[in-house]
Design a protein around this ligand. Structure first.
Ligand SMILES: NC(=O)c1ccc[n+]([C@@H]2O[C@H](COP(=O)([O-])OP(=O)(O)OC[C@H]3O[C@@H](n4cnc5c(N)ncnc54)[C@H](OP(=O)(O)O)[C@@H]3O)[C@@H](O)[C@H]2O)c1
Length: 329
């Protein structure tokens, strides 16, 4: 098999593709011939040893892949050779072959193609956790989404719209604003000004009759956290998803008392251990909405596997609008 191997943590250019011996599926694992791979912001962190959990070296990074089951290990009951599957693994997806734990694999519904499936796994699973499991949104509510033209941001907007929630997208360029609007955002706020704090506040208050939003889905971190915390209305909820800007913010807790606010974490990976049935339902819901045309993956670019570094540069250069994927074979 051909795979990217991380021997020492470091930037994408420091890792090389290698020919490795084909794996055999261990007990409880599903061996997949990969057709498409999705790239995600957490991959950037993983390669550099900055992700919450560090895998032992050397390892093959990558979390999202779709493909066809080649064989299954002992004890696997939900999959058989020939099945079309999506997987979301801790490591191993930047390869033409991946052996994934059965629990990390999901059946692809008829009508869902490999590229769309690979592009949707982590971002929609994350958005599902944030929107439905942690925020528990209801129709008629209002939400702001930061980093709204990134993978998770667009997925969140689409799930919010499908749930009848008004979505305000916060983005850094007109191109990103256009994409957010095309994905259903009701309004956009552009942050391409020297100090966007007042602009964000004024425009959200104008959009909500001065009441503020019910939720903020926050993917950027840094100043964006405080700038959007103050836009929440009474009983508002700040849903913490990530820190794409690289700075982990702290909350001014007096602010939480002042407006009855909550700050809620929305981690995806640990839900596999704690709320597995809900994750399975989320994957089914997203595929169902995809087949009904209510969600889409927004694939900005599809590159061959070996062009991984080029694909990564789009993410680290903040140029991603939607998703970047790799095609295998
Ligand atoms: N909670 C979880 O379990 C979970 C799971 C997956 C991802 N995440 C996190 O969710 C966030 C978004 O992930 P994603 O895959 O959607 O990323 P993405 O597609 O690369 O989008 C990230 C967005 O963040 C904004 N941004 C601000 N500063 C940036 C910087 N210095 N570099 C890159 N982007 C920057 C950009 O929007 P603007 O230019 O418009 O500001 C960009 O569109 C990340 O923090 C990621 O780690 C969390």
């Amino acid at each position: 098999m051909r795979a990217l191997v991380v021997e020492e943590f470091g930037p994408i250019d420091s890792h090389k593709f290698q020919d490795l011996r084909d794996p055999k599926p261990a007990e409880g694992e599903v061996l997949i011939d990969v057709k498409a791979i999705g790239l995600n912001f957490p991959d950037v962190l993983m390669l550099q040893g900055k992700y919450q959990k560090r895998p032992a070296l050397p390892f093959v990074p990558g979390r999202d892949a779709s493909g066809i089951v080649r064989s299954v290990g002992k004890g696997v009951t939900r999959f058989k050779a020939g099945d079309r599957v999506i997987c979301q693994v801790f490591t191993g997806a930047f390869s033409d072959t991946v052996s994934a734990p059965e629990k990390r694999c999901f059946k692809m519904l008829d009508g869902v193609d490999f590229e769309s499936a690979a592009a949707m796994v982590t971002v929609f699973n994350t958005a599902y956790v944030a929107v439905h499991m942690r925020a528990k949104v209801a129709a008629g509510q209002t939400a702001a989404v930061t980093g709204a033209a990134g993978g998770v941001g667009l997925a969140a907007i689409q799930l919010l719209k499908a749930a009848g929630v008004k979505a305000i997208a916060i983005v850094s360029s007109q191109e990103k604003a256009d994409l957010a609007l095309a994905n259903g955002a009701d309004r956009v706020i552009l942050t391409n000004v020297a100090d966007p704090k007042e602009k964000i506040f004024t425009e959200i208050m104008a959009a909500t009759n001065d009441e503020g939003v019910d939720f903020v889905f926050e993917t950027v971190g840094g100043d964006m956290f405080a700038d959007t915390l103050r836009t929440l209305g009474f009983d508002g909820k700040m849903i913490v998803i990530g820190f794409a800007g690289g700075v982990i913010p702290s909350a001014k807790t007096n602010y939480l008392l002042y407006k009855n606010l909550s700050v809620i974490g929305a981690p995806l990976d640990i839900q596999f251990d704690h709320e597995y049935d809900k994750i399975v339902r989320g994957v089914e819901l997203v595929q169902d909405l995809y087949l009904k045309g209510q969600v889409k993956p927004n694939i900005m670019k599809a590159l061959p596997l070996e062009k991984l570094a080029e694909a990564f540069a789009l993410i680290t250069g903040r140029e991603v609008k939607g998703k970047v994927i790799l095609k295998v074979g």
